[in-house]
Design a binder for this molecule. Structure first.
Ligand code: 9D3
Length: 260
């Protein structure tokens, strides 16, 4: 996967590129991240990327010319091969695991990061093929969002995770042929490690029992319970087995039962 990141802050990315998953994927050749300084695509002495909004109002807006020139340079480099041009913006569609999976099927993505009040609308309309937001909260620009997109996509690429299956077992994966403990679009079950007694808070007995069928049932029940309590919206979207429905009935009955 090649990511071309167009930004006025290429240095912003040095930290995340030098650690963890993105570092490993770059070293392993599964991901290449090319940082493109938007100011290199300006043609004035001051390397101007922004201007005041027509109609007045606060703040500045990214001018269209540098962004168009930057993307056109990438397209020339790609030798006619098409690739998505993704504008990170609060107006974009929400990044979700299915969206990350869809992006991971490409071999080249361009990520455009804006600052200030945003970009000239002609960029969104005539240059970007896609507009993505990472959530309903205000960031100062697209760089952090681009980093999130790269992390979410890269970990799905073949060969990036040591365990090829472990991404299929994550909380938000669609699942499919996941292991017995996999949560199909529901939240994960709780995890514990040593010591078995930490300040009087003990690890559930069943996990120490060695009974794998009982452990599987406990994990599934706790995953369903956590999802029902914290994210009931997810339960409406996932296929539930007969066992799941039985667990949920028991969970709801226990929750409604009077204390003691
Ligand atoms: C406070 C400014 N807002 C006026 C109502 C609009 C606004 C403009 C530009 C809000 C944020 C930004 C900069 N944000 C991004 O470029 C951005 C973003 C985000 O803020 N939240 C979630 N995802 C993304 S992706 C890009």
């Amino acid at each position: 996967m090649v990511f071309d990141v167009v930004t006025i802050f290429p240095e912003f990315f040095s930290g995340i590129l030098e650690h963890g998953l993105l570092k490993r994927a770059r070293q392993g050749g599964q991901a290449e991240i090319r940082l493109r300084d938007l100011r290199d695509f300006t043609d004035d002495r001051h390397r101007t990327v922004d201007d005041r909004p027509f109609g007045g109002g606060p703040g500045m807006v990214f001018k269209p010319e540098p962004l168009f020139r930057a993307v056109e340079a990438l397209q020339t480099e790609a030798g006619g091969a098409e690739f998505p041009v993704i504008l990170l913006s609060p107006q974009g569609r929400l990044l979700t695991q299915p969206v990350a999976e869809e992006l991971a099927r490409h071999e080249h993505l361009a990520l455009l990061c804006a600052r200030y009040e945003g970009v000239d609308e002609r960029v969104a309309e005539h240059l970007a093929t896609d507009e993505l937001s990472i959530g309903d909260y205000v960031l100062s620009g697209g760089e952090l969002a681009a980093a999130v997109v790269m992390e979410a996509v890269t970990r799905l690429l073949p060969g990036v995770l040591g365990n090829e299956e472990s991404s299929a077992q994550d909380s938000f994966s669609g699942g499919g042929d996941a292991a017995p403990t996999a949560a199909h679009g529901i939240l994960d079950c709780p995890h514990y490690t040593r010591p078995p007694d930490f300040r009087g808070w003990t690890v559930p007995e069943v996990l120490l029992s060695g009974n794998h069928e009982e452990i599987r049932r406990w994990r599934r029940r706790r995953a369903l319970e956590k999802t029902w309590r914290k994210r009931p919206d997810l339960l409406a979207k996932v296929p539930l087995s007969d066992e799941d429905r039985r667990f949920l009935e028991e969970i709801k009955t226990a929750a409604l039962a009077p204390a003691r």
